[in-house]
Design a protein around this ligand. Structure first.
Ligand SMILES: [Zn+2]
Length: 288
C-alpha cells in the first residue's frame, strides 16, 4: 500500500480554487486546512492509498520528524527558505526531492538525487536577491501549475522505480508562449557547502526567519512552542468580533484585520504586512 504524507500550514481560500483542484467552494467557505481538504478529496479518488495530512509549518525543528519513512519529497512550497531546508534534509538523509515552481505562465522543474548528482545548492548557491515575482503580484495560470505538477509526478515515478542513469536536468516551460526547454545542470559543484561541505545552515536554523510573510497581504507568526485551546480562545475572543471555530482553526474578523489561529500556536494575520502590527495583535489577543 502506498503512503502519502501531505504537509501544509495554510487553509483553503477562494483565490486558490482556480489552480488548486483538490479543493472546492465549500472548503474555502469553511476555511478547511489545505492538508485536510486534500486528504479528503484524494481518499475519494483512491482509498487504497494511506494518506496522512498534517497541518503544520515545515521548520528546522520538525522536519526530521516529518521525514520519517519518506522515500521522496515533492516540493509544493512557495519560498526559497523552505526549499533550502528541504535540500538540507534531502542531502543529510539521502532522500531525493523534486523542485517545482510556477509563476505567471512559466514553470520550472528539477529532480535532485543527492547520491547521484548535484544538489539544489550546487545549482542555486544562494537565494535570489531582492524582491521576487509572487503569485499575488504576478498571478499564476492554472495550466502552468498543472504542467509543473505533471512533470514532477513523472520524475517522482522515475525516481521511485529506480533511475540507474540519473541525470539532473532543469526543465522549463512557458504555457503562454508554448515553449519548453531542457538543459543539463552539469556535475556537482566541488565547492558546494551542502552536498560537499555538509554544512546544513537551514536545517540548523541559522537562516530561519522568526516570521514569514505569506503573501495575500498577510503575516504568519510562528508560536509553535505554545499550543492553543481553540474552544477556550473562542470564548475569550467572542466579545471582540465575529469568531468561527472548528477543530482545525479559529478565525476572528476584526474591523481592519482577519486573524486565523491554529492549534499549534501559529497565526496568520491578514490585512497587514507589518510584522510589528501582527505581533502586537497576537500579543493583545493571545498574550505576549
Ligand atoms: Zn550541492
Amino acid at each position: 500500500m502506498g503512503q502519502l504524507r501531505l504537509i501544509d500550514r495554510d487553509y483553503v481560500d477562494f483565490t486558490n480554487l482556480q489552480r488548486q483542484w483538490l479543493f472546492d467552494e465549500a472548503d474555502a467557505r469553511d476555511e478547511v486546512p489545505k492538508a485536510i481538504a486534500a486528504a479528503r478529496r484524494l481518499r475519494h479518488l483512491n482509498s487504497g492509498v494511506q494518506i496522512e495530512p498534517l497541518v503544520t509549518d515545515v521548520t528546522p525543528s520538525n522536519i526530521e520528524e516529518l521525514m520519517i519513512g519518506c522515500d521522496l519529497i515533492l516540493d509544493g512550497t512557495d519560498n526559497f527558505e523552505t526549499r533550502y531546508l528541504l535540500n538540507d534534509i534531502s542531502v543529510k538523509q539521502d532522500v531525493p526531492w523534486i523542485y517545482g515552481a510556477a509563476i505567471g505562465s512559466y514553470g520550472i522543474v528539477m529532480p535532485i538525487s543527492p547520491k547521484q548528482g548535484p544538489c539544489f545548492a550546487c545549482v542555486y548557491p544562494e537565494p535570489p536577491a531582492g524582491a521576487q515575482p509572487t503569485c499575488d503580484v504576478n498571478g499564476v495560470l492554472a495550466s502552468a501549475t498543472a504542467s509543473v505538477a505533471a512533470l514532477q509526478v513523472a520524475l517522482a515515478l522515475r525516481l521511485l522505480v529506480g533511475w540507474p542513469d540519473f541525470t539532473c536536468r532543469i526543465q522549463t516551460l512557458d504555457v503562454w508562449e508554448g515553449t519548453a526547454k531542457q538543459f543539463s545542470t552539469g556535475p556537482r559543484d566541488p565547492e558546494c557547502r551542502v552536498c560537499v561541505g555538509r554544512e546544513f545552515l537551514y536545517l540548523e536554523g541559522h537562516r530561519q526567519k522568526p516570521v514569514s510573510l505569506c503573501g495575500r497581504n498577510a503575516v504568519q507568526l510562528h508560536e509553535s512552542a505554545r499550543p492553543l485551546d481553540l474552544q477556550q480562545l473562542a470564548t475569550r475572543l467572542r466579545p471582540l468580533g465575529d469568531v468561527r471555530v472548528n477543530e482545525f482553526a479559529l478565525r476572528i474578523e476584526l474591523p481592519k484585520y482577519h486573524m486565523t489561529f491554529f492549534p499549534d500556536g501559529r497565526a496568520i494575520i491578514k490585512g497587514t504586512t507589518d510584522i510589528g502590527v501582527a505581533k502586537s495583535l497576537y500579543a493583545r489577543l493571545v498574550g505576549a
